[in-house]
Design a protein. Structure first.
Length: 90
C-alpha cells in the first residue's frame, strides 16, 4: 500500500477554497464513482483502491490518500495529476 501526502499553499478565503475542493470531488465522483463527505473542513473520499481526505486550513490544502495494491503502481502519475489540479484551482 502506498501513501500520497501533498501540501499546497493557497490564499483563497476558506469558503472559496471549500467550493474549489467540492468541485473537484464532484467531478471525481462522477468520473470514478468516488463517494465523499465533509466533516468540518475535511473532505473524506473513498472508492475501491483509494481512501483519503482533503483538509483545508486558511492557508493550506492537504491531500492524503492510501492507495491499494493495484493503484500503488500508478502513484507517480496520480500525484502529478493532483498537483496539476491544485495548481489550477488554487
Amino acid at each position: 500500500m502506498s501513501t500520497i501526502d501533498i501540501r499546497h499553499a493557497h490564499s483563497l478565503p476558506l469558503a472559496q477554497a471549500r467550493k474549489a475542493v467540492e468541485g473537484v470531488a464532484t467531478k471525481l465522483g462522477d468520473k470514478f464513482g468516488m463517494d465523499y463527505r465533509w466533516e468540518g473542513d475535511v473532505l473524506h473520499f473513498v472508492r475501491s483502491g483509494v481512501d483519503g481526505h482533503i483538509a483545508l486550513t486558511p492557508q493550506q490544502v492537504q491531500v492524503t490518500a492510501k492507495l491499494g495494491f493495484l493503484l500503488s503502481a500508478m502513484k507517480g502519475p496520480i500525484e502529478s495529476e493532483i498537483r496539476r489540479v491544485l495548481d489550477e484551482r488554487f
